[in-house]
Ligand binder design. Structure first.
Ligand code: PAN
Ligand code: ZN
Length: 186
């Protein structure tokens, strides 16, 4: 049994910690030049990390953990996760906001779009067949709990090559959801 320390926005213990750096996110942020420029200066940055207690991929099991996204921007786009479809697309997921303020953007291959805020105590149900990405729009860490079927798998390639239909950017100091001019449908 692993407990969650809601106050601290963290698991009490975990088996796996994954760091995702700017160099892992090439092709995901809109402003490629800003990414290349930062990396060519010899600087890599920790964009987010997650702490997890993975379970054997047996039907009925759940993987759960906490993702923490640092505050910051690449160009005008806020730090965010890669985003993915589940490889087994019929797998849904639950997110619960623990700390900070963010936005979850979602889409289906059929062209449906949605986005919603995630803050402490917000629970978000991500239905099967919906790709999902989380964006930190605050100036502090964004932390959220997630739980999904352990065999779901993650398909990052579609997102890397086609993008999300919407981007979350800063405009006049405020987060704004705008259309992604480079989005490829499907
Ligand atoms: C979450 C995400 C986590 C990191 O656990 O995997 O927030 O995001 P990326 O996987 O898009 O890099 C989840 O949705 N799991 O299915
Ligand atoms: Zn997921």
């Amino acid at each position: 049994m692993v407990a969650l320390n809601l106050g601290a926005g963290m698991l009490r213990s975990f088996k796996k910690r994954v760091e995702v750096k700017l160099s892992d996110l090439k092709g995901f942020f809109y402003d490629h030049e800003a990414v290349v420029k930062t990396l060519s200066g010899g600087r890599d940055l920790l964009i987010y990390e997650y702490y997890e207690n993975p379970q054997p991929e047996i039907e009925g099991n759940l993987n759960f953990g906490v993702t923490i996204i640092n505050p910051g921007k690449v160009g005008i786009e806020y730090y965010m996760t890669r985003g993915h479809y589940h490889a087994k697309q019929h797998a849904a997921e639950i997110y619960v906001g623990l700390k900070g303020e963010g936005m979850v953007i979602m889409q289906t291959k059929g062209g449906q779009l949605a986005h919603m805020p995630i803050r402490r105590n917000d629970a978000i149900y991500i239905p099967a067949f919906w790709a999902h990405r989380t964006v930190n729009v605050s100036s502090t860490e964004l932390a959220f709990l997630y739980a999904y079927p352990s065999g779901a798998g993650h398909d990052y390639d579609v997102i890397k090559h086609k993008g999300f239909a919407k981007l979350v950017v800063e405009r006049q100091g405020q987060p704004k959801v705008i259309a992604n001019p480079r989005f490829i449908k499907g």
